[in-house]
Design a binder for this molecule. Structure first.
Ligand code: ADP
Ligand code: MG
Length: 565
């Protein structure tokens, strides 16, 4: 296998831009003023977006001891917090609640402060930057090398999985770099807690004292990565930031990690350098195996170096990234439907289908979004596709790569919606003289031509044949499959106390075989409680009958009791 390069999917939360240090190269720092503290609402909004985008890490990076800056406190106190670390702790709890693992880089902290944050942080970090005394750090009480080293040492005593790193091109010499790396190696030999070291090239910013500095060159980066590989124990990951450095040129020198990459937020420390999108990342790391990791590395999970409060979140996220595997979702979908987005995958015979949280009805006239809806439908769909495969019905399902993402066989879709009805309901009762709820003598198959613009008109066998949609034989096969699906599903739902009223299927072809495609979910079936007649499907949304997500969850609870929804 090709060498592995890891990365973490994160959201960046700069809780405050106020900082007691005044570094010659920084544009992150701002004086106290309106907006200098990220409000709790904003933090939660970003965390939510991160959770929806599949992020696993909430990176809390902010100015060091902002309380020491005159005029700062009122901006924090308006939210009811007495210190920035107290605020960080509260927001880390929110992150955990939403299923993201916090990693905090708060600058210099005492051992007590780290202990305070450790029950809600999976890892912490502090850049050593350099062991040298440099002019850029003249006005920075927190950048004194001895203090930084002491804190990294404290973290080791506390068994906190730790991230540190050095900054290249801020006025240090080559031998300073060597010394910095040696210090880090020494700390790790003593405590075993350094999980990764960032080798970061300083990028000069206009308007700062150091705007005319040349910054670090590609050569510097390559040379220092090689130096790190030689000096550091091999269990420390070597990380470079792919938004700042030419990753493809530096990876071969011994890089093993690309750090946190965010589909949601910018790099607030280097806002002029956007993160690569996940598909660009795949291109950058051609020849390597790109692998997702959490902010706590596997070795530290194995050793149990985390607070028991973090356990559930760690286990669930390990599962998520395992399922997501090494497949990378491209930036743009091939097709964005009403409820799902379809992406190309590296394998030309496969597609990536993401079940979104969008809910639509009446051909898109009604449209809303519901948290978790995508995952609930994806879970049901996978469950039924597997059940049908086992009954000999070919389906497009291959595997799940995330709770809301299914890898499927790429099909040439047949533009038909094949509907099987057991009980009269919905449009059938509008078009024909039949009462809702009447049990039909036998299941019937009706077929619509799938075309939103034409309003999905009903079509018949003759038209299907003369419009060259399917041959008579293929149509017979499709109907046979639809009735077979009905038999399997009806029998199963009956055992769960649910009546399968009707449902819609879509089929497609690959290599001359007809497969069941699309989805089988609460969006595509009409399901009634056998006893009460209550709806558990999209009708709850269509006709505002109540909480649609509760209804969908109810179905999953009944069909997969151990799914934990
Ligand atoms: P729509 O609004 O068209 O119903 P969806 O939101 O349901 O779209 O997104 C899924 C789209 O992908 C549908 O158009 C469906 O026909 C298509 N599709 C489903 N399964 C496959 C497959 N295996 N290969 C190719 N296309 C598929
Ligand atoms: Mg659809």
């Amino acid at each position: 296998m090709s060498p592995v390069i890891t990365y973490s999917r994160n959201v960046f939360l700069p809780l405050t831009f106020v900082c007691r240090n005044i570094c010659g190269y920084c544009i992150f720092r701002r004086p106290p003023g309106e907006g200098c503290v990220l409000s709790p609402d904003e933090v939660i909004r970003v965390l939510r977006r991160g959770a929806e985008a599949g992020c696993t890490e909430a990176l809390f990076t902010f100015g060091e001891h902002p309380e020491e800056v005159a005029g700062f406190m009122p901006f924090l106190e308006q939210y009811g917090f007495g210190s920035i670390l107290e605020y960080c702790h509260a927001m880390a709890e929110e992150a955990l609640r939403l299923g993201l693992l916090p990693h905090t880089n708060a600058g210099i902290m005492t051992a007590d402060e780290m202990r305070y944050l450790a029950d809600v942080n999976a890892s912490m970090g502090l850049m050593l930057e350099t062991t040298a005394d440099i002019p850029a750090h003249r006005n920075c009480p927190g950048k004194e090398p001895a203090r930084r080293i002491a804190m990294i040492e404290d973290a080791g005593r506390l068994k906190i999985p730790f991230t540190t790193g050095i900054l290249l091109g801020i006025g240090e010499t080559r031998s300073d770099r060597r010394e910095s790396l040696e210090v880090i190696a020494g700390l790790h030999r003593k405590y075993g807690h350094i999980q990764e070291i960032i080798i970061q090239n300083f990028c000069p910013k206009p308007g700062t004292d150091m705007s005319a500095f040349p910054g670090a060159t590609l050569r510097d980066m390559q040379e220092t990565v090689r130096m790190a590989k030689e000096i550091l124990p091999s269990d420390i990951a070597i990380q470079i930031p792919p938004n700042l450095a030419d990753a493809a040129q530096i990876l071969p020198c011994g890089v093993t990690d690309l750090g946190g990459i965010s589909p949601v937020t910018i790099d607030y420390v280097n806002p002029e350098h956007p993160w690569p999108a996940f598909d660009e990342l795949a291109a950058l790391t051609k020849g390597y195996t790109l692998k997702e990791r959490l902010c706590i590395y596997p070795e530290y999970i194995r050793r149990g170096w985390y607070h028991p409060r973090l356990r559930d979140c760690i286990i669930s996220l390990e599962n998520t990234i395992h399922m997501r595997g090494t497949s990378v979702i491209p930036a743009k979908p091939l097709y964005e439907g009403k409820a799902k987005s379809v992406y190309a995958s590296e394998n030309p015979d496969e597609l990536i289908v993401v079940f979104r949280n969008d809910m639509t009805a009446f051909n898109g006239v009604k449209h809303d979004q519901f948290t978790d809806k995508g995952r609930l439908n994806a879970t049901a769909s996978e469950f039924f596709m597997k059940m049908l495969e086992a009954e000999g019905i070919p389906t497009h399902h291959i595997r799940m790569s995330a709770p809301d993402t299914m890898i499927v066989r790429r099909l040439e879709m047949i533009p038909l919606e094949v509907i099987v009805r057991n009980v009269a309901a919905g449009s059938m009762t509008k078009k024909y003289p039949v009462k809702e709820g009447m049990v039909l003598d036998r299941p019937v198959v009706t077929i619509d031509y799938k075309d939103d613009e034409r309003g999905d008109p009903m079509i018949n066998d003759d038209l299907i044949e003369v419009l060259h949609i399917l041959t008579a034989d293929e149509l017979r096969k499709v109907k046979e499959m639809a009735l077979h699906v009905n038999k399997v599903l009806t029998r199963f739902f009956d055992k769960c106390g649910i009546r399968l009223v009707d449902f819609k299927l879509e089929f497609g072809k690959a290599d001359g075989t007809i497969y069941l495609g699309d989805e089988i979910s609460m969006d595509s079936m009409r399901l009634w409680d056998k006893k009460t007649g209550e709806s558990f499907d999209k009708d709850v949304y269509r006709f505002d009958k109540g909480d649609v997500i509760a209804a969908y969850r109810n179905v999953l609870k009944r069909i997969i009791p151990d799914s934990g929804v």
